[in-house]
Write a protein that binds this ligand. Structure first.
Ligand code: FE2
Length: 270
């Protein structure tokens, strides 16, 4: 029987040049070996001092990503704002001020003609001020009704409670939902009752021997002494973390969600 499965690979926050290097070196191979047709990457920490720069965006796309989603650091680099406005596949959270540069969703067309709505949103709990992601996404789905076939959302947020509430709120309306931002992969991937799938956090594409991608000594000193040095990105082998979702395009149900974690030696990340 003909399989009508769409495999979607989502990777969590790419952290710094080594994260970008690991994506550049390995993403295409991983995409091929997992049979992923659509690849989404959260790129808001790709630049060395956070944010997304043009060279990193180019490298992530060249490596096989179709859409780059965002978060609280997306608009950090002012000279990227025009690109956020113009590039249809680079997103910032939808629930920022409507006057922010860029946009929070895109519709990606697959080779078979199916239209995939990809939404980038951010949370409100323990995060920079933003409007309600629940309201913004609900309104968007209503506005775009009939203009897409399947939907995917990256909720860039700190609190698992907010993420799980979001997943339950949109079960059956957004097929694939995942969290980013904490840089720590969670083990709560699940299929939901109305056919969607979710995981609280994909984890990061960043250096393993680090605290969330930052040099260990810098962060430990901050917590030990209360003195904050300039954050510098860690060095070492990189783990590419994310999840692979299998979407049955006949039923619209996600049939599987699996965590992905591939360690890339530092020497391959240049
Ligand atoms: Fe973030």
């Amino acid at each position: 029987m003909r399989s009508n499965l769409l495999k979607v690979l989502a990777l969590g926050d790419v952290v710094g040049p080594l994260g970008v290097g690991a994506v550049s070196s390995e993403l295409r191979k991983i995409k091929h070996s997992l049979g992923a047709e659509l690849v989404l990457v959260n790129g808001e920490n790709s630049y060395i001092g956070n944010g997304l720069d043009s060279a990193s965006a180019d490298a992530i796309f060249r490596a096989g990503a179709d859409v780059i989603t965002g978060g609280n650091h997306s608009l950090h680099l002012h000279d990227m704002h025009d690109r956020f406005d113009e590039d249809p596949f680079i997103l910032r959270p939808i629930n920022l001020s409507p006057r922010s540069p860029g946009k929070g969703y895109t519709v990606f067309q697959l080779k078979n003609g199916k239209r995939i709505l990809v939404i980038s949103a951010c949370g409100q709990v323990f995060m920079d001020p933003a409007n309600s992601p629940f309201y913004a996404v609900d309104k968007l789905l209503e506005e775009l009704d009939g203009k897409y076939d399947f939907a995917i959302a990256d909720l860039h947020a700190e609190a698992t409670s907010e993420k799980h509430a979001f997943f339950r709120a949109f079960d059956g309306r957004i097929n694939i939902m995942y969290g980013t931002h904490t840089h720590v992969q969670t083990a709560d991937e699940m299929l939901l009752p109305k056919g969607s799938a979710c995981i609280s956090d994909l984890g990061m594409c960043g250096v393993v021997e680090s605290v969330l991608g930052v040099k260990i000594e810098t962060i430990v000193k901050k917590y030990m002494t209360g003195v904050s040095d300039r954050f510098s990105k860690a060095e070492g082998d990189v783990a590419l973390c994310g999840a692979l979702f299998s979407l049955d395009m006949d039923s619209g149900f996600v049939t599987a969600v699996e965590r992905v974690r591939v360690v890339v030696p530092q020497a391959k990340c240049r």
